[in-house]
Design a protein around this ligand. Structure first.
Ligand code: THU
Length: 129
């Protein structure tokens, strides 16, 4: 069941720091060992420095020693629910394309695998030739 993971993403979404876009995003990333890491978007007056909720959650997870992930919920206030941006897809892909991605909006959800969202991903293999 993803209800609890959605709840965690919604909970952290309240802490989003987004004074410029006013677009609140919360992410909850579930590790294979059951731990959950959360993140919000953090914006900057120097707009390009903004970091997305998904990459914030991933950073927290890696800093805690987690490297295997099962699911991520991205909570926003729009329907249809917003999917992760390209940069977040690419960074998440570093840890496996089987990740289940769940986008949660106010009244609906969408689900994919990361493989669906990032076909023909750039990957480590290209660097090892
Ligand atoms: N944002 C995320 O946090 N995740 C995404 O996948 C897409 C966009 C944030 C960045 C910015 O603070 C706001 O949403 C609008 O782009």
């Amino acid at each position: 069941m993803s209800a609890e993971l959605v709840r965690r993403a919604r909970e952290v979404q309240r802490h989003a720091y987004c004074p410029y876009s006013k677009f609140r995003v919360g992410a909850a990333l579930e590790a294979a060992d059951g731990r959950v890491f959360v993140g919000t978007n953090v914006e900057s007056a120097s707009y390009g420095l903004t970091i997305c909720a998904e990459r914030m959650a991933l950073g927290a997870a890696v800093a805690a020693g987690a490297r295997q992930f099962t699911r991520i919920v991205v909570a926003t206030d729009v329907d249809p629910p917003a999917s992760p941006c390209g940069a977040c897809r690419q960074l998440l892909a570093e840890f496996g394309l089987a990740l289940e991605v769940i986008a949660a909006g106010p009244t609906s959800e969408r689900r994919w695998t990361l493989r669906d969202l990032l076909p023909d991903a750039f990957a480590r293999a290209a660097l090892e030739q």
